[in-house]
Design a protein around this ligand. Structure first.
Ligand SMILES: Cc1ncc(COP(=O)(O)O)c(C=O)c1O
Length: 396
């Protein structure tokens, strides 16, 4: 499906529908009239297969406790097999109420208050909150950026942070929000090797694994080097980011190692007595069965939006670096050559009328960077980029 067909078929008005992205602008940014290019949420309806399955479930009318049918795991496995993703035995899967809440659960199950948890920053800010809110010690290793604006791990810095900080657990992000990297097998093998040397447990947030507008193939951390590191990896994933289903709060926690699984189950018995959400189960199975064309169209749209956004920004801000968008639908832009970091908020909100995610939310060192959400219609995105370009043009 091409981008235009995708937009025509699936575009939906989100304003005045209790959407965090559109209807919480006053509360979150102090101005309800900003154009929202922030939070990772889209203007698109889920695939027909999902709507049909949810409609049938709603029409049936009973929302009692669910059991997870074999067909759910068959659909999950078929999707993974078709996309070259990790094939997971069902007994290794636990259900979560979203990936963010699973950060809290993993930290609580596998570390003690005061233990050190590592983040490779800049990274998704709820990870920072999860470490702080649970009373753990936040240790960071900053990614390194080359002259073209592309990011990589700082292997020496990573190992130093692990050793000096006494790190017990690393929450990894792959593909990486906000810098858009799809890590290579060699890169992952190197960092996982460091984790193995120092006995660091790895919680791998792979929620963006289906969203690959670039050319680099995704490899799950559990599969790196023939599965050599699998037993220290806990994978968090969901189809919610892919198909705009986040409000259904349904996700997977995959624990490969039997001992870790037993430890989690024992912790969960005391703290997490949640049943899986019947609508989340229904939507995920339907998405795996009938969402492939939708995802092709969505990915095409992201390519079009990414190319258009970059080209227009480069016309007025040629030295504003943007790393290649390999994965995710989030574009990371360094505006420090044009706007003083201290003035960034007033520039973007008051001058440009935009709601975005600010760099310092992802790392204190990233003040002056901005994250834009490209998963919207080309019309909304060009309105946003014109507001940005007009603001930049007016600076001279
Ligand atoms: C890296 C990453 N993890 C997790 C989430 C949210 O996951 P959930 O909605 O399942 O809590 C997001 C949402 O943007 C994300 O980018």
């Amino acid at each position: 499906m091409d981008a235009e067909t995708f937009v025509q078929r699936y575009r939906v008005e989100r304003r005045n529908t209790d959407s965090l992205k559109w209807d919480a602008l006053g509360e979150r940014f102090g101005n309800p009239d900003l154009l929202p290019l922030w939070v990772a949420d889209t203007e698109f309806r889920a695939p027909e297969a999902v709507l049909d399955a949810l409609t049938a479930r709603v029409r049936h009318g009973a929302f009692g406790y669910a059991t997870v049918p074999d067909s759910y795991f068959e659909a999950f496995d078929a999707w993974a097999a078709a996309r070259g993703q990790a094939r997971v035995r069902r007994e290794r899967v636990r259900f979560g109420t979203g990936v963010v809440s699973s950060f809290y659960w993993m930290i609580s199950a596998f570390t003690e208050p005061g233990d050190a948890v590592l983040l490779t920053t800049p990274v998704y800010y709820p990870m920072h909150s999860a470490v702080r809110d649970t009373g753990r010690r936040l240790v960071t290793s900053e990614l390194v950026r080359d002259g073209a604006g592309e990011y990589g791990f700082d292997l020496d810095g990573f190992e130093r942070a692990v050793v000096d900080g006494g790190v017990r657990l690393w929450i990894a992000c792959s593909p990486h929000n906000p810098v858009g990297r799809v890590w290579t097998e060699d890169e992952l093998d190197a960092v996982l090797g460091i984790c193995a040397r120092h006995d660091v447990l790895v919680v791998a947030d792979e929620i963006h694994q289906d969203i690959l507008p670039g050319t680099r193939p995704f490899i799950a951390m559990s599969e790196v080097a023939g599965g050599r590191h699998r037993d220290r990896v806990i994978t968090l994933s969901a189809v919610s980011k892919t198909f705009n289903l986040a409000g259904l709060v349904h996700s997977h926690i995959v624990i490969h190692d039997e001992g870790l699984r037993a430890r989690y189950d024992s912790w969960a018995r005391a703290y997490v007595q949640t049943e899986p959400n019947i609508l989340g189960l229904t939507a995920a199975e339907a998405a795996w069965r009938g969402g492939a064309d939708w995802l092709d169209g969505f990915t095409e749209l992201l390519r079009v939006n990414d190319a258009g956004f970059r080209a227009r920004v480069r016309e007025v801000a040629p030295t504003a670096l943007m790393p290649t968008l390999e994965g995710t639908y989030l574009l990371w832009l360094d505006l420090r050559d044009y706007v003083r970091p201290a003035d960034m908020r007033s520039f973007l909100q008051d001058t440009c009328g935009l709601a975005v995610d600010y760099g310092e939310w992802f790392s204190p060192q990233a003040k002056g960077f901005v994250r834009f959400n490209l998963a919207t219609t080309p019309a909304i995105l060009s309105q946003g980029v014109e507001q940005l370009v007009n603001g930049l043009s007016g600076l001279a």
